[in-house]
Write a protein that binds this ligand. Structure first.
Ligand code: RB5
Length: 143
């Protein structure tokens, strides 16, 4: 699987560790985030990741900022993106099972790194349930 990952200054540490984790599992990772803790603007990174997922340059995305909200708000402006915010393992499971998120967003300042890996594992090992959840997803775009 080829992942895109992005982050602002609040997500540098977890992004760096998650890249190592994903590579150790045999995945490819394209880094669209900042690599220093100098203050930056999350949309500059979120748009790059969103475009890569939409174009098929990467299969799935992971985004990290302080609360996760700035990344999620920006990513979800893109038609081909369903970015879901998860802060515990069960939400990591549900964001795939019910929402089929193609970008997983996590709040780096509010979860441990251990929790971040647990969320990623849950998201990756869960199947989308389809059915009524597909019907709901189909109703998300504005007419
Ligand atoms: C940065 O201070 C913080 O605002 C950002 O990481 C994120 O939480 C925004 O939604």
């Amino acid at each position: 699987m080829k992942f895109g990952i992005c982050n602002d200054h609040a997500g540098v540490e977890y992004k760096t560790k998650l890249i190592s984790y994903l590579l150790s599992k045999g995945h490819e990772v394209v880094n669209f985030g900042t690599d220093t803790e100098d203050s930056v603007d999350y949309p500059d990174y979120a748009h790059q990741l969103a475009s890569a997922v939409e174009s098929g340059k990467v299969d799935l995305g992971i985004a990290l900022c302080g609360t996760g909200n700035g990344m999620a708000m920006t990513l979800n402006k893109h038609k081909g993106i369903r970015a879901g915010l998860a802060w515990n393992t069960e939400i990591g499971r549900l964001v795939k099972a019910h929402n089929n998120a193609n970008v997983l967003v996590m709040p780096a300042r509010f979860i441990s790194y251990r929790m971040a890996t647990s969320i990623v594992k849950a998201w990756l090992t869960t199947d989308f349930e389809g059915g009524r959840h597909q019907r709901r997803i189909d109703k998300i775009p504005c007419k």
